[in-house]
Design a protein around this ligand. Structure first.
Ligand code: SRM
Ligand code: SF4
Length: 563
């Protein structure tokens, strides 16, 4: 399917309806029409097939084992115990038994059959959840900082994230019609207007988030549009606006690259929605529509320049951009473990390896969340926060979780700061393993860290199965990006706080090569590091890798390493 076909499918979809309902009713195949697979993304739904089964099915002359992945829309990753119970039931009854926490504070279900999709959506709807715009060429799930000692400011930011998500939703009622009511609208009637998006929606996906320094858990500089909250105590003064972040690129295509967002100015709190609408419509009107590989907002900025963009924002929103206010980040990971809340109750930041909650872990969480937890938050690093826990419940909860292998008591600092994307067997774009492989590779890296006596030093390690960068690997101090089975591009030198991209250090490396390099680098880090110095900063100071000034340098030919 060409990139222009995608534009045509959106245009003629009658508000993202296409022939999805007909495809759901067709018992002859587990799939839906190819053109509808473009549209279902806007409903949070991906058609996939089990890649582990491909060869066997081909030999047996069967169609691929089609199945679906559904991503829920959960702004700021905040849900109630009742909503958790509904997600748990869907994972257990309709999906493959697991719940997959994502890098954008929401969850995915894998292994869904076509026949179960309407039931699933109705269960979401019954607890006031939906999957509208969780994928597709629209604004995706809006991220918002998880604050361990949550107070009114954090609640205000969460509320703003929710309002931003609502404001940037498409206007079409297609999701409700197809999945909840199962009703066909008259094909001769024109679809409802889309005042914000227009008939072809955005040229490409669009992502937004809100950060609250000093924590950069949302990796704000990776978002197309970001708002860095500037506060005095619990009082919100406004936001620094960031534009043009993004991770995706393609191997061997130098005109595609990860990009760090630019900070373009400061706005008052009440200007957030107007600025967001302005930015979104600028991308709608000026984004690339012929080549989807160059269609993200970051390339619109590269083509037109920041001065042009700022002038457009001011003109469309009527909001003046004041000079950006100073801010500082300390880290882009999550705060795990027990934290006391301002109200005297407790919250637990729970490490979930690569975000995958297994059946026995869901089972262990069930009685805890049903009776002893007030709110649940999904974090930007695929972890879980359980909030509003009475102090008297802490000990029992800890023990119950430990029996299901949940909790970070035996987990190294390296592992707690690591994440991998889904990759095989469900992701159709994966070139190498990620989620299924990183835990083993980490065991070997932990051994090396122990040998050099640095195992309790936090170092961010992220792996993606392809250069799309779903685990934000170009913002990790150590990044791995799949090239082919067992082979990875190996990146080094990002900042621990998510404010500097890393750079390609070793091309197409296998495990032996990677471990030999890490052994040597850990050895030098252990002996030469300055107090409090992070690994990425050390590599740059020691001249092992050159700091990246612009995203186009991330994949530049590897410079000669100065000893
Ligand atoms: Fe992603 C495509 C999984 C966060 C960049 N991503 C995909 C698909 C849907 C594959 C596909 O198109 O067929 C993957 C589904 C795998 C599966 O089987 O579940 C997929 N992306 C994920 C998740 C689940 C990874 C995870 O392990 O958590 C994350 C879901 C986030 C969410 O809840 O909304 C996820 N993806 C990201 C991020 C990180 C972020 O947004 O903070 C990025 C990099 C940031 C960015 O967008 O630049 C990311 N995903 C991509 C891209 C590259 C986009 C580009 O600019 O080129 C693709 C491919 C595409 O869009 O064509 C992609
Ligand atoms: Fe799939 Fe690539 Fe994203 Fe990993 S980074 S989930 S392999 S698209």
């Amino acid at each position: 399917m060409s990139d222009l076909d995608v534009e045509q499918i959106k245009l003629s979809s009658r508000g993202l309806r296409g022939s999805i309902l007909d495809g759901l009713a067709d018992p002859a195949t587990g799939a839906i029409a190819e053109s509808d697979t473009v549209l279902t993304k806007f409903h949070g739904l991906y058609q996939q097939d089990d890649r582990d089964q491909r060869q066997r099915r081909r030999e047996a002359r069967l169609e691929p084992l089609y199945q679906f992945m559904l991503r829920v829309r959960i702004p700021g990753g905040d849900i109630s115990p009742e909503q958790w119970a509904a997600l748990d039931r869907v994972a257990t009854d309709l999906a493959n038994g697991t719940l997959r926490l994502t890098t954008r504070q929401t969850v995915q279900f894998h292994g869904l059959a076509k026949e179960s999709l309407q039931t699933l959506m109705r269960r979401l709807d019954a607890v006031l959840l939906d999957s509208i715009a969780a994928c597709g060429d629209v604004n995706r799930n809006v991220m918002s900082r998880i604050e361990p000692n949550a107070g009114p400011l954090e609640a205000e930011l969460l509320d703003r994230a929710r309002r931003l998500s609502e404001r940037l939703l498409p206007a079409t009622n297609a999701w409700r019609e197809i999945w909840i009511d199962g009703e066909k609208i008259d094909p001769d009637q024109p679809p409802e207007p889309e005042p914000l998006y227009g008939a072809t929606y955005l040229p490409r996906k669009f992502k937004a988030g809100i950060a609250l320094p000093p924590v950069n858990d949302v990796d704000i500089l990776s978002q197309d549009l970001g708002f860095i909250a500037i506060a005095e105590g619990e009082r919100l003064l406004g936001f620094n606006v960031t534009v043009g972040g993004g991770m995706g690129c393609s191997h061997g295509q130098a005109d595609t690259f990860p990009r760090l967002a630019d900070v373009i100015g400061f706005i008052a709190p009440e200007a957030l929605l107007a600025v967001a609408e302005a930015v979104l419509t600028i991308q709608r009107d000026h984004g690339e529509r012929v080549n989807r590989k160059r269609a993200r907002f970051k390339y619109t900025i590269e083509s037109h320049g920041l001065d042009w963009l700022k002038a457009e924002i001011v003109e469309r929103s009527g909001v003046e951009l004041a000079p950006a206010r100073p801010f500082q980040f300390t880290h882009n990971g999550d705060s795990l473990g027990w934290q006391e809340q301002p109200d005297g109750r407790w919250r637990l930041g729970l490490f979930v390896e690569n975000g995958r909650l297994l059946p026995r872990q869901l089972e262990a969480l069930r009685p805890i969340i049903a009776g002893r937890v007030e709110r649940i938050r999904f974090t930007p690093n695929q972890n879980l926060v359980l909030g509003g826990i009475a102090g008297s419940d802490r000990k029992a909860i800890q023990a119950e979780l430990a029996t299901a292998g949940l909790g970070e008591s035996n987990t190294s600092a390296l592992r707690r700061h690591a994440m991998a994307c889904v990759a095989l067997p469900t992701c159709g774009l994966a070139m190498a393993e990620a989620e299924r492989y990183l835990p083993d590779l980490l065991t070997r890296i932990e051994e090396l860290a122990a040998r050099h006596d640095i195992e309790q030093l936090p170092i961010t390690i992220r792996m993606s199965g392809c250069p799309n960068g779903c685990s934000r690997p170009y913002l990790a101090e150590i990044g791995f990006v799949g090239r082919a089975p067992g082979r990875y591009n190996f990146y080094l030198g990002a900042a621990f706080d998510g404010t500097r991209l890393n750079r390609l250090y070793r091309d197409n490396a296998d495990e032996t090569r990677i471990l030999a390099d890490i052994d040597e680098l850990f050895g030098r880090f252990a002996t030469e590091r300055r107090p409090e110095e992070h690994f990425g900063d050390f590599l740059i100071r020691a001249g092992i890798i050159e700091a990246v000034r612009h995203g186009s340098e991330v994949n530049a030919p590897i410079p000669v390493v100065v000893p």
